[in-house]
Design a protein around this ligand. Structure first.
Ligand SMILES: Nc1ncnc2c1ncn2[C@@H]1O[C@H](COP(=O)(O)OP(=O)(O)OP(=O)(O)O)[C@@H](O)[C@H]1O
Ligand code: SF4
Ligand SMILES: [Mg+2]
Length: 363
């Protein structure tokens, strides 16, 4: 591997939809435009998110999938400007259509506007959210404090709405409202976090790995809860997961992230049945199929994710890619339009299919 030499090397020539100046296309809630985020570390700048562009439309669920370290959480936190001090958004624009129809540029919000924006316009259920509730506050206090911080002081109305949401996530509201977090199981705390994210009816909800660290039956129950909530409340969602089978159940579109870049963006059926990026194929082959033959052997993607301080030249996936040719070693693939609403950053997208191909790459 060689050291990342120049900014030009890392800039993908995007054919992502151009939203034309300042106008935000009707129906778009979130527009992420060429966003890059880096962490300052003693070893150099870790480019955790690189030139990412995609949109989320009203009522849609977009899944952001990828292996550990691909930049999913960093992007999610960046959208809310909740990054740690060592991180900063180095380029791009994040535009958001609020519930009142006003379009805002998230980067330009003042601290006061940001506090208002979070929860009321865009809420996030954090990775390991079941551990993020304040241990000295009862569940009801969490709801009331969040509402009060946004000027909703009618405690009776807040209690009523909180109880309603807790029932929707299939919890015993009377008991849970008075409980401390430690009196609830991990799955129950996760349901509380999901219910809280809906309290102020935000335009967008970001769920970061909502089922990680839960047992398989609880995972199933949480997914069912999210699906039934969306049927009732039709909220717009960005669902972050490394698990494609979960994404398949909940998402309308799938964005595949690799080493900080979105390498494929497609309607969910296209992603699963006609993936055009070898990395998406690799992720699919690594999990049990969602339909059909249940005993298909699983195949791990050879190699490991690259060091973000020392990225391979050309296509960053080439050391692990069974389709790689000489051009992949030296040129960055642009986003190719490979179908309706389907983009894939792969020179050889026309050769890519779900059939696994022989690879000379050792794992
Ligand atoms: N505070 C930090 N300082 C330096 N680098 C960081 C920091 N947080 C994350 N990173 C790096 O940024 C990259 C992306 O991390 P991120 O947590 O966004 O990935 P992820 O896709 O959410 O992974 P996971 O599936 O494990 O949650 C990783 O390489 C990680 O090492
Ligand atoms: S551009 Fe080349 S290395 Fe990259 S995913 Fe496509 S075939 Fe593989
Ligand atoms: Mg994460």
């Amino acid at each position: 591997m060689v050291t990342l030499p120049s900014p030009a090397r890392t800039t993908r020539r995007s054919t992502a939809p151009d939203h034309g100046g300042d106008a935000l296309e009707a129906g778009v809630v979130l527009s992420v435009e060429d966003v890059s985020i880096e962490y300052r570390t003693p070893g150099g700048a870790v480019r955790a998110v690189r030139n990412v562009s995609f949109v989320v439309r009203a009522g849609e669920a977009v899944a952001l999938i990828g292996e550990s370290g691909s930049g999913k959480t960093t992007l999610g936190l960046g959208l809310l400007r909740m990054l740690v001090r060592a991180a900063r958004i180095t380029s791009g624009r994040i535009r958001f259509r609020q519930t009142d129809g006003q379009v805002i540029d998230v980067a330009r919000l003042t601290d006061r506007q940001l506090r208002e924006f979070r929860w009321s316009q865009c809420s996030m259920v954090f990775q390991s959210a079941q551990n993020s509730l304040n241990p000295v506050l009862r569940v009801g206090d969490h709801f009331r404090d969040t509402a009060a911080a946004h000027g909703w002081k009618d405690t009776r109305a807040v209690n009523a709405r909180s109880a309603e949401l807790l029932k929707m996530v299939q919890l015993d509201a009377d008991r849970v409202m008075h409980a401390y977090p430690h009196e609830l199981s991990g799955g129950m705390r996760q349901r509380v976090s999901i219910a809280m994210s809906l309290l102020l009816e935000p335009a967008l909800i970001i769920l970061d790995e909502p089922t990680t660290a839960l047992d398989i039956l609880t995972q199933r129950a949480i997914i069912d809860v999210i699906r039934s909530l969306r049927e009732r409340l039709s909220f717009t969602m960005l669902f972050i997961s490394h698990d494609l089978s979960l994404a398949a159940e909940l998402a309308d579109h799938v964005a595949t992230m690799y080493a900080g870049e979105v390498v494929e963006f497609a309607p969910v059926r296209e992603s699963f049945y006609r993936p055009k990026h070898p990395y998406t194929v690799g992720l699919l082959n690594a999990v049990p199929p969602i339909a059909g033959e249940q005993f298909t052997p699983l195949t791990a993607i050879p190699g490991s994710t690259p060091d973000l301080l020392d990225l391979p030249p050309g296509c960053t996936f080439h050391p692990r890619c069974p389709y790689a040719t000489e051009i992949c070693h030296r040129e960055i693939p642009p986003d190719f339009v490979v179908g309706p609403g389907h983009l894939a950053a792969c020179f050889h997208h026309d050769r890519v299919s779900r059939q696994p191909v022989e690879t000379g790459v050792s794992s």
